[in-house]
Design a protein around this ligand. Structure first.
Ligand SMILES: C[S@@+](CC[C@H](N)C(=O)[O-])C[C@H]1O[C@@H](n2cnc3c(N)ncnc32)[C@H](O)[C@@H]1O
Length: 500
């Protein structure tokens, strides 16, 4: 097991320990509900071994959820593995997948349709008999690949009702990597992670009082196999504020179209200054070694991670709160045949990694979005191994009094900017040593001008794929950055630091 998998399991460990500490809440009346599905088969899209309890099951079982209520929805046809699970999960109860009804109605329907010569699979029924607010954990293992989005939404709504408040929802599914929403190949439904994320964020209990809050959604490097995602959510009050930053990033700052548009000027797989060129330059400072583990905070669509893995043989754990970014990153990983990068949708401010997990923490033009910089640097210090390195580039502000245009720009973007010296001092205050805080504003201006020069010849192709308005917005935006930097309002800093 890799140290990163261990770190991830450590996270699950602490979640489960919390579950064990918390008592059960009062149980309420049982309710029966049913759902009609359109899909007719429940076989697995992959030829995975049926009899070996797999990673998700291992995670749930090994972490010792004894005497806790666990609702498990698994593969209907893998009865053998289902019985293994039933044996292992002593408290499993109240799970009813109506396979018998499914089969009998399918036969009836075939007969009925034979007159017209067509066979239409009838909608089978999933019934969940479960009391509300009773389950500590609910797990859906590959079930979602058999349901269209509307049906999945209904199932998860029922599952959410069954979970107790603060209970955990785990869902593992296969991804195909499509960047454009629902994609049904034959019998199986492969959803783009940003579609699933939006769906999970918007589901509430029947009474509307509770919803789901993201903890993490991990898509490990598939190492040649099929890409998958394990979603981990918690049942919280529907009006819990934590979703706002993610919604802002996905719906405003980094829409899918916006990301693809900016990639045109930053360069393939990058959404930050200088793209591959600055990545190469800064990675040299880090003297990465083969096998080192890197946490890429705000990894975007994966350019830095792919580079570090390919050039240095590092293993990169890329986290980003934007589901759009991670969806595109996973797609790039699949289509580009990249390895060595795990992607995770999560908020770096709430994510917990085990202490001493990483050799390097790397972050490019991300922390401008984050107000709680001190807390973040303390966490990063903790996550780094002794002697580990931190490298950051970030938008900063100049030391002079700022003019109103700049203040308006910062406000409108929701940025929280420090001067380069204040940034460096904060890192020292947290305990980092050998802190090198460099004002790279001149380099930034040079890069912006080069990016513009390289972008202009692509105008007609860009306009074909996007629009003239998009083109003008980028050119105006780049010129405005040059102006703000030249006036001393905006700055760009790099920060290299070490843990003692
Ligand atoms: C300018 S983009 C840079 C992306 C990437 N580092 C690159 O170089 O291409 C900033 C990224 O920070 C991410 N981000 C902002 N706040 C975050 C948070 N609290 N947790 C994780 N990622 C965050 C955004 O979603 C976005 O992908």
């Amino acid at each position: 097991m890799s140290s990163l998998t261990q770190a991830t399991n450590a996270k699950y460990d602490s979640l489960v320990n919390n579950l064990i500490k918390n008592g059960h809440i009062d149980r309420q009346e049982s309710r029966n509900r049913s759902l009609t599905r359109k899909d007719s088969t429940m076989s697995h899209p992959d030829d995975e071994p049926e009899e070996t309890p797999d990673k998700l099951i291992e995670t749930i079982v090994e972490l010792g959820i004894h005497n806790k209520d666990l609702l498990f929805l698994g593969k209907l046809q893998s009865l053998q593995s289902f019985s293994i699970i039933i044996r292992q999960l002593r408290s499993l109860e109240n799970v009813q997948l109506s396979s018998a009804a499914q089969i009998s109605r399918r036969k009836a329907s075939k007969e009925a349709d034979s007159a017209s010569g067509s066979v239409t699979p009838p909608p089978p029924t999933i019934t969940i008999n479960c009391r509300e607010n009773t389950k500590d954990v609910a797990a859906l293992n590959y079930i979602s690949n058999h349901l269209d989005t509307a049906s999945l939404r209904t199932v998860i709504g029922h599952v959410l009702d069954a979970l107790r408040p603060q209970g955990y929802f785990v869902m593992r599914e296969h991804l195909q990597g499509s960047a454009s929403g629902d994609n049904l190949t034959d019998k199986f439904h492969f959803r783009d992670p940003s579609v699933t994320c939006n769906m999970l964020n918007s589901i509430t209990t029947a009474d509307g009082l509770h919803g789901l809050q993201l903890i993490s959604a991990l898509s490990p490097d598939p190492v040649g196999g099929q890409q998958e995602m394990t979603w981990l959510y918690q049942k919280v009050a529907a009006d819990a504020p934590a979703k706002q930053l993610q919604q802002f990033l996905d719906a405003q700052q980094y829409t899918k179209k916006g990301i693809l548009k900016y990639e045109q000027i930053f360069g393939d797989r990058f959404v930050s200054t200088g793209g591959a060129r600055t990545t190469k330059e800064f990675c040299q400072l880090l003297q990465l070694q083969r096998g080192q583990t890197v946490l890429d905070v705000g990894c975007g669509i994966g350019g830095s991670g792919f580079f570090m893995s390919e050039e240095y043989g590092a293993h990169v754990y890329g986290i980003d709160l934007s589901s759009n970014m991670i969806s595109i990153g996973i797609d790039r990983r699949r289509t580009g045949g990249f390895h060595g990068v795990d992607f995770e949708i999560s908020n770096v401010l709430t994510r917990e990694f085990a202490p001493n997990s990483f050799d390097v923490v790397y972050s490019r033009d991300v922390i401008l979005h984050i107000a709680e910089k001190k807390k973040l640097f303390e966490d990063i210090y903790n996550w780094l191994k002794p002697g580990g390195k931190l490298f950051i580039t970030d938008y900063c502000c100049g030391v002079k009094e700022h003019n109103p245009d700049f203040q308006e720009y910062v406000k409108q973007r929701g940025y929280i900017l420090l001067t380069v010296p204040a940034y460096g001092k904060l890192l020292e205050d947290v305990g980092f040593v050998n802190v090198r805080a460099e004002d790279r504003t001149k380099q930034f201006i040079g890069i912006l001008r080069t990016e513009l020069q390289n972008f202009e010849p692509q105008q007609s192709e860009f306009v074909e794929n996007f629009s003239q308005e998009d083109y003008d917005e980028i050119v105006d935006g780049w010129n405005a950055k040059v102006k703000r930097c030249s006036a001393g309002d905006q700055a760009w800093g790099s920060f290299l630091a070490e843990k003692k």
